[in-house]
Ligand binder design. Structure first.
Ligand SMILES: [Zn+2]
Length: 291
């Protein structure tokens, strides 16, 4: 007996995705994959733990490098709230490029006070999980590591977000006195490959069709000082590097929280065709010429 997804009828169940990230720019790491799934008709919700008000204000940093009398008052006097609002507008525009309309930016603050992992914020994610009841969560890696395999104990918005989501998932599974909604177990969580070595990735998604959208998205983060030239170069190098690893032009890598139970072994089209592909086909595939 197979399940409906892989069963003989091959009916594809539509999926609900919940993406929880620390800062507005972090969504780019999974954006191409989100675009593929909204095109398939899947539901995708983006939840930003913070508006990134204390993160990547390169414009302010550069202005403060100047002598006082040369500083632009419009930049040095911009309030944190205005900067946060600017970033939220950018995030909504980025989300729209990938068909994501449900974008929520929570009120928590980022540096220097990482507060994601507080009872209130964990509870808020729990409530969102119970509302959306996602099949798949994308969130940041809750694992910490550092140079020479040393683990840091310093707070980091990304790790804190990953840990908060893990705690919230557990809380969503547990019944609470007085609640009227059924507890919920999220079947699968994937972490963006950018937080891991490529050899640790479980799979890569061919996001070549979303390359231009990724470039456009990167350039939209003007509050972080991004330029069109920087955007294209960055996406070419990062998605291109993942693509080179995967054998396609551009890819996004993922690490799974746990291995799936399957009714049978299946191989993706990309993996299957390795059996018959010529070396020329392989090179052309990375070069973007589809066979
Ligand atoms: Zn970030």
């Amino acid at each position: 007996m197979g399940n409906s997804f892989w069963g003989a009828d091959m009916v594809r169940e539509s999926l609900r995705f919940l993406v929880v990230m620390a800062h507005p720019h972090d969504f780019t790491h999974v954006a191409g994959t989100c675009g593929i799934h909204t095109r398939l008709g899947d539901a995708v919700t983006w939840v930003g733990m913070t508006a990134g008000r204390m993160t990547h204000n390169e414009r302010l940093a550069d202005e403060l490098m100047k002598p006082l009398e040369e500083q632009d008052p419009a930049i040095v006097n911009q309030s944190e709230d205005d900067y946060a609002a600017e970033k939220t507008v950018e995030l909504r525009k980025v989300a729209a490029l990938f068909g994501v309309e449900d974008v929520r930016v929570l009120k928590y603050t980022d540096k220097p006070y990482v507060v994601e992992r507080q009872r209130e914020s964990v509870d808020e994610i729990r409530d969102i999980i119970l509302e959306i009841r996602p099949h798949i969560i994308f969130t940041q890696s809750p694992f910490i590591r550092g140079p020479h395999d040393l683990k840091t104990v310093a707070n980091n918005d990304h790790t804190e977000t990953g840990v908060a989501v893990m705690e919230a998932k557990l809380l969503a599974q547990l019944p609470r006195q007085g609640q009227r909604v059924a507890p919920y177990t999220t079947p699968m969580t994937y972490f963006p490959g950018v937080y891991f070595d490529q050899g640790q990735w479980d799979f890569t998604v061919d996001v070549t069709d979303f390359f231009e959208a990724r470039v456009e998205a990167e350039a939209l983060y003007r509050s972080q000082g991004h330029t069109p030239e920087y955007a294209r170069r960055r996406v070419e190098l990062t998605l291109g590097n993942a693509g080179m690893f995967a054998g396609v032009p551009y890819a996004e890598g993922f690490v799974q929280e746990s291995a799936q139970v399957v009714s049978q072994i299946t191989l993706s089209d990309y993996t299957l065709k390795k059996g018959t592909q010529t070396r020329e086909d392989q090179i052309n595939q990375v070069g973007g010429q589809r066979s």
